[in-house]
Ligand binder design. Structure first.
Ligand code: SF4
Ligand code: SF4
Length: 450
């Protein structure tokens, strides 16, 4: 018994020191993130939590030490117990193709009274009334919008203009002198080179029918049926910087989105051109000129899951990314995708994006059948209407998602807990609420933007 008492008191000393280190480190991280409320709370916990453990060790209170010891062991065991996680939270495969003409960006580009406008609303009369609501708002990057910022909107325009210059380069000239290339060598090269170009993560998959839109909804090819015979796809993410995202829905978000559309567009064009040069057909899918639904391709290429807010959620940066895709005839080496069910399981409980969405476009319910497929679907009309009012692409959901926190030891430890412990998944969202708030306020614009 004496040995057990000795062990318990020693354990209490180690635990109290560990709590001090963990919570002081957390305080420091929250402080440099400029999260004052979180820093204060972490500091208080760091000062209070070790007290009973310290007392038990210092005064040699054997029974108290034993109780605290047993409590920590039982709690630890509960956290590693493999409680059951539902296996099919969302269905994987869409049953029908999406028509790009139904996407809000395409509907926004319809000129009132034009042939395309008349044809579209003759086919979908129920959408005209909905779309007239966003048409009455100021519009994206408008100086009459809620978050008008002359420089930020001009900078966003400049980035969109630059990516627009790439549109004609998406399909390049394929070298007739093909250089036979080993697919096993190609994949690691593309991964390493893509990251050097600025991508965060890269994956490959076979191109499926459901990855492709049925018809083009934007640009000169409006209404054309999409023909793409490529067999494979390369998908990659680029990071949206935290500084610009956390002020969402203020103007920094649209500036950053535009910048990352440009960066992803540039990388996609470079990779497509690289394949053309080797003698393989390839197409870059970039802002305003897509044939594919990027989040579906990126998910199947193993880069993440499509969560409650309808965006790709990556394991490290959450939805705080933009995507790029290249389709090609090159037979890339692909692996079976590992489903990241734990991310969807966390989405089932978290619901933070639904809580903060200013237009209430995100559902708090469990996934429902949409066109025969169980998934989450946001209300894209009300979301886009808010964009037109705000003048930016909002991004409040992205900024608030617990997965969007910076890539550092503290947040990675939380991500680790979410990944491996079903019990931790239950408390991770309330913990995030405790430190950051259930509806954290939008942060100020970066100082240099003022
Ligand atoms: S905020 Fe929560 S519910 Fe929404 S996407 Fe992120 S993890 Fe999922
Ligand atoms: S972008 Fe804004 S309006 Fe749209 S779903 Fe996210 S939070 Fe809601």
């Amino acid at each position: 018994m004496d040995t057990l008492f000795n062990l318990s008191t020693l354990f209490c000393l180690i635990s109290s020191l560990a709590f001090i280190v963990i919570f002081l480190y957390s305080t420091y991280i929250f402080y440099i993130e400029n999260e004052k409320r979180a820093a204060f709370r972490a500091l208080i916990i760091g000062l209070l939590l070790p007290i009973p453990y310290f007392i038990a060790w210092y005064y040699n209170y054997n029974i108290l030490a034993l109780v605290l010891f047993a409590d920590l062991i039982i709690t630890g065991l509960l956290f590693i117990y493999p409680f059951k996680t539902p296996q099919t939270i969302c269905d994987e495969t869409p049953l029908t193709k999406i028509d790009e003409r139904n996407v809000m960006f395409s509907r926004n580009e319809l000129i009132v009274g034009s042939e395309n406008y008349k044809n579209y609303y003759t086919k979908y009369p129920e959408k005209e009334e909905l779309d007239n609501i966003f048409r009455k708002e100021a519009g994206l990057c408008s100086d009459k919008s809620l978050f008008n910022h002359t420089f930020a909107f001009a900078a966003a325009h400049a980035s969109f203009f630059a990516v627009g210059q790439f549109k004609k380069a998406v399909d390049g000239q394929v070298n007739s002198n093909r250089k036979e290339t080993d697919p096993k060598k190609m994949s690691p090269f593309l991964k390493a080179w893509g990251k050097k170009l600025g991508a965060l993560d890269i994956g490959f998959c076979e191109l499926k029918d459901y990855h492709l839109y049925s018809h083009k909804g934007r640009g000169d090819e409006y209404g054309n049926e999409i023909q793409n015979t490529h067999s494979h796809a390369i998908a990659f993410t680029v990071e949206m910087t935290e500084e610009m995202v956390k002020a969402a829905p203020k103007s920094s978000i649209v500036m950053e989105s535009a910048q990352q559309y440009l960066d992803s567009g540039r990388i996609a064009i470079q990779i497509a051109e690289f394949l053309h040069h080797l003698g393989y057909s390839a197409r870059a899918h970039i802002d305003g000129n897509y044939q594919v639904i990027c989040p579906l391709v990126a998910r199947d290429a193993g880069l993440g899951e499509i969560g409650r807010m309808g965006l790709l959620m990556t394991p490290k940066q959450g939805p705080r990314v933009r995507l790029g895709v290249i389709t090609t005839e090159f037979p890339l080496t692909t692996k079976d995708r590992k489903k990241l069910n734990y991310m969807l399981d966390f989405c089932l409980r978290c619901k933070k994006c639904a809580e903060v969405c200013p237009s209430k476009s995100i559902s708090s319910d469990n996934p429902k059948k949409v066109d025969g497929v169980k998934r989450w679907q946001i209300n894209s009309e009300s979301c886009f209407t808010y964009w037109c009012k705000a003048g930016t692409d909002c991004g409040r959901c992205m900024a608030t998602c617990p997965y969007s926190h910076p890539d550092n030891l503290l947040h990675n430890a939380i991500r680790f807990g979410i990944k491996y412990s079903p019990l931790f998944r239950q408390i991770a969202a309330p913990l995030d609420d405790f430190f950051y708030g259930r509806k954290p306020k939008s942060k100020k614009l970066p100082k240099w933007m003022n």
